[in-house]
Design a protein around this ligand. Structure first.
Ligand code: IMP
Length: 205
């Protein structure tokens, strides 16, 4: 059976690429960013769910590159804020607003809200478009709560305000390998890893 020789990951976010390469190491297939694969496409992320957006990104790149393309769409859902910022996590308060400002804004909107109502989760959907054009989408979450101040300098985005109860610290305070073990993206990518191995074992290439 021919093996898949490379994965193109449809993202430009460097923080994510670092995490993804680390998580997918077990597959022994090189992961290329769009830039590394020499691909430039305008992606219109207009889906209504994490799953739809992940699939839109993977399909847009696959249309140009062929091969195996993965894409993810992820974000933070804060229960007290009706699951905001949700699918708009990257765009919340504008793409060019710093995460320090976004984080301080969210903490401000939760002023006076007690611990038990500060529940939140990171969600990640991962989509794959396979060489034969078929696709799969998987989803995973990491449950936690929003802290009262920023803490930690690992990770990216909303990590400094997201407390993982099991460890009692923010995901920005965790070592990268611990975050990857627990994270929405780690779990979703490992699920997708299994789908890729199933594809390699199937006959539909
Ligand atoms: P995407 O690139 O459209 O998937 O946007 C995801 C956005 O959600 C990121 O830019 C972050 O704002 C947020 N996000 C997703 N996963 C994480 C994480 O693991 N830590 C911190 N923020 C995250």
């Amino acid at each position: 059976m021919p093996k898949i020789e490379k994965i193109i990951f449809a993202t430009k976010n460097k923080g994510k690429v670092r995490e993804i390469s680390e998580i997918l190491k077990f597959m022994d297939i090189p992961v290329l960013t769009m830039e590394e694969a020499g691909i430039e496409v305008e992606i219109v992320e207009n889906g209504k769910s994490f799953e739809e957006n992940a699939l839109i990104k993977a399909k847009s790149v696959h249309a140009v590159s062929g091969g195996l393309v993965l894409a993810d769409d992820s974000g933070l859902e804060i229960d007290y804020l009706n699951k905001e910022p949700g699918i708009y996590s990257a765009r919340y308060m504008g793409e060019n607003t710093s995460y320090h400002e976004k984080n301080m804004n969210l903490i401000g909107r939760l002023e006076g809200v007690p611990d038990d109502k500060r529940t939140a989760r990171f969600v990640c959907a991962v989509a794959a478009v396979f060489p034969d054009g078929t696709h799969k989408v998987v989803r995973a979450t990491m449950e936690g709560r929003i802290g009262y101040k920023e803490a930690g300098s690992n990770g990216f985005g909303y990590d400094p305000i997201f407390i993982l109860p099991k460890y009692g610290v923010t995901t920005a305070e965790l070592a990268p390998e611990v975050k990857n073990q627990e994270s929405h993206r780690g779990k979703a990518l490992r699920l997708m890893g299994k789908e890729i191995m199933d594809y390699e074992d199937s006959d539909n290439k």
